[in-house]
Write a protein that binds this ligand. Structure first.
Ligand SMILES: [Zn+2]
Length: 234
């Protein structure tokens, strides 16, 4: 009887460990009113051409997914915040109804994938809101474009219309924190990224104002600091 009981306990343990392993490898599904948000976003991601001024970049996600040993779908969406994905779902569906053909090119990007971006709109290593290691490894932003048009030029024109539409619809609680400096980048209006961007703006404004009202001596001292900095770096 004792043997039977321990055998039963071992079986139970095995069953539990299989069940948890399964849960750990399968990313949680993100649902909204019975709709599978991930299914919709995955379909859009697949349909969206991934070409920018540097060329085709879709293969970079595939390389990064292979390196992370996950499927492309799990790589792109598995580690993106469900709250943000739900906002994206609502906004993109509404844009479709209004005649746009929205697409998404990026959700999650790890530090490795981030390092594959040509310099320009790249965040410092680890600090990207697409899931950088210093942001907890979870994507809180995504890149949105228009799929409408047969050429890159035509799609860019339609993307510009779509981006303007995003700016004009804050009711979806999403916005483009960097505007044309990183046009496709979309983040929640009440998120940390927006808070940081707004803080930086306030700080820049305060600094500009203090320079404007500075005494001649302070102005000279400030010029000296700039000069010293230049000397140090060049
Ligand atoms: Zn982005």
């Amino acid at each position: 009887m004792k043997k039977l009981r321990s055998a039963f306990a071992a079986m139970l343990l095995l069953f539990i460990s299989i069940a948890t392993a399964e849960a750990a490898t399968k990313p949680a599904r993100c649902m909204l009113d019975g709709a599978n948000v991930d299914d919709y976003l995955w379909e859009l991601y697949q349909k969206t051409p991934k070409i920018d001024s540097h060329g085709e970049f879709g293969h970079k996600d595939r390389i990064a997914a292979r390196r992370a040993k996950v499927s492309l779908r799990d790589y792109v969406l598995g580690r993106a915040d469900c709250g943000v994905k739900k906002l994206a779902y609502k906004m993109l569906k509404a844009a479709e109804i209004e005649g746009h053909e929205p697409g998404v090119t990026t959700f999650f990007r790890d530090d490795f994938r981030q390092g594959m971006i040509k310099k320009g709109t790249r965040a410092r290593k680890g600090w990207s809101f697409h899931g950088g290691s210093k942001r907890g490894g979870i994507a809180f932003a995504f890149d949105a474009v228009s799929r409408k048009g047969d050429t890159r030029a035509a799609r860019l024109l339609n993307s510009q219309k779509f981006w303007l539409w995003i700016d004009e619809h804050p009711e979806y609680k999403l916005g483009r924190p960097y505007k044309n400096k990183d046009a496709p980048h979309v983040a929640p209006l009440d998120g940390l990224e927006y808070k940081l961007v707004n803080m930086r703006k306030t700080w820049k404004l305060a600094r500009a104002k203090s320079k404007l009202h500075a005494t001649p001596t302070a102005k000279k001292r400030f010029a000296g600091k700039v000069f010293n900095k230049k000397k140090r770096f060049h």
